[in-house]
Design a protein around this ligand. Structure first.
Ligand code: HEC
Ligand code: HEC
Ligand code: HEC
Length: 179
C-alpha cells in the first residue's frame, strides 16, 4: 500500500512538472542560451537588424504619432494597447507568464514567433522537436504572421508569406529548411 502511494505521488509529480505553463523570457536569453554567433547561424544578430527588433522603438517616432492620429488613437503609441498589441512580444499575456527579461524594448522578439521559451530552452539543442512543441515551441506558418500582418495595421502592406520569410531568414547552418 505504502509503495502504491509513493508510486502515485511520483506520477503526480512528473505530471505536474510537464504541465508547467511556459513563460516568455526575452530575446537576449534566447541568444545567450543557444542562438548567437556564426556557428549557430546568427539568429540573434539577424533578428537584431530586422524591423521586428525595432518595432517598439518605431512607436516612439514622429511618423508613428501621425499614424496614431489617423487611426484615432490619442495616447502615446508606446503606451497604447491599440498599437502595442502588434509591436511587442506577449502583449496581453498574463503577467505571471512574462519574465522581467522580456521587455517591450525588444519589439517583436523570438518568442512572438517561436512561443514562450522558459521550458523548451531546457531541452538543449531542441533535438526532440515533438518534445519542444509540448514544452511551448510553436510551428511557424502563415497564420502566425497574419495575427499582425493584416488590415488592422494602420500602415498595412500586402503580405506575401514566402517572400516575407526569406527576408530575415535565420536557419541553423547545414540544416535543411522545412518545405
Ligand atoms: C506580434 C506581431 C507580429 C508577428 C507575429 C509577425 N510580425 Fe512581421 N512585423 C511586425 C511589425 C510591427 C513590423 C514593423 C516593424 C517596424 O517597422 O518597426 C513587422 C515587419 C515585418 C517585416 C519587414 C517589412 C518591411 O517593410 O521591411 C517582415 C519581412 C516581416 N515582418 C515578416 C514576418 C513574418 C514572415 C512573420 C511570421 C513568421 C511575421 N512577420 C510575424 C509584427 C509582427
Ligand atoms: C494588427 C497589427 C498592428 C497594429 C494594431 C498596429 N500595427 Fe503598426 N505595423 C504593423 C505591421 C505588420 C507593420 C509592418 C508594415 C505593415 O504591414 O503595416 C507595422 C508598421 C508600422 C509603422 C512603420 C510604417 C512603415 O511604413 O513601415 C509604424 C509607424 C506603425 N506601424 C505605427 C503603428 C501605430 C502608431 C499603431 C497604433 C495606432 C500601430 N502601428 C498599430 C502591425 C500593426
Ligand atoms: C517574425 C517571426 C520570427 C522571429 C521574430 C524569429 N523567428 Fe526564428 N524562425 C521563424 C521562421 C518563419 C522560421 C523558419 C521555420 C521553418 O523552417 O519551418 C524560423 C526558424 C528559426 C530557427 C531554425 C529552426 C530549425 O529547426 O531549423 C531557429 C533556431 C530560430 N528561428 C531561432 C530564432 C531566434 C533565436 C530568434 C530571436 C533572436 C528568432 N528565431 C526570431 C520566425 C521568426
Amino acid at each position: 500500500m505504502k509503495r502504491a502511494i509513493v508510486c502515485l505521488s511520483i506520477v503526480a509529480c512528473v505530471l505536474s512538472v510537464s504541465a508547467i505553463e511556459p513563460r516568455y523570457i526575452g530575446a537576449a536569453k534566447c541568444a545567450k542560451m543557444c542562438h548567437k554567433g556564426e556557428k549557430k547561424g546568427n539568429q540573434y544578430e539577424i533578428w537584431q537588424k530586422s524591423k521586428h527588433a525595432g518595432a517598439f522603438k518605431t512607436l516612439g517616432t514622429d511618423s508613428s504619432k501621425e499614424v496614431a492620429k489617423k487611426a484615432n488613437v490619442t495616447g502615446d503609441p508606446q503606451k497604447s494597447p491599440e498599437c502595442l498589441r502588434c509591436h511587442v512580444t506577449a502583449f496581453g499575456v498574463k503577467k505571471e507568464l512574462v519574465d522581467s527579461t522580456c521587455t517591450y524594448n525588444q519589439g517583436v522578439g523570438c518568442e512572438a514567433c517561436h512561443g514562450p521559451g522558459s521550458e523548451y530552452r531546457k531541452l538543449g539543442a531542441m533535438k526532440k522537436h515533438d518534445m519542444a512543441v509540448k514544452a511551448g515551441l510553436w510551428e511557424q506558418n502563415e497564420a502566425l504572421c497574419i495575427k499582425c500582418h493584416n488590415k488592422e495595421s494602420p500602415t498595412y502592406k500586402p503580405f506575401n508569406f514566402i517572400e516575407a520569410v526569406k527576408k530575415d531568414a535565420h536557419p541553423i547552418p547545414g540544416k535543411k529548411a522545412k518545405e
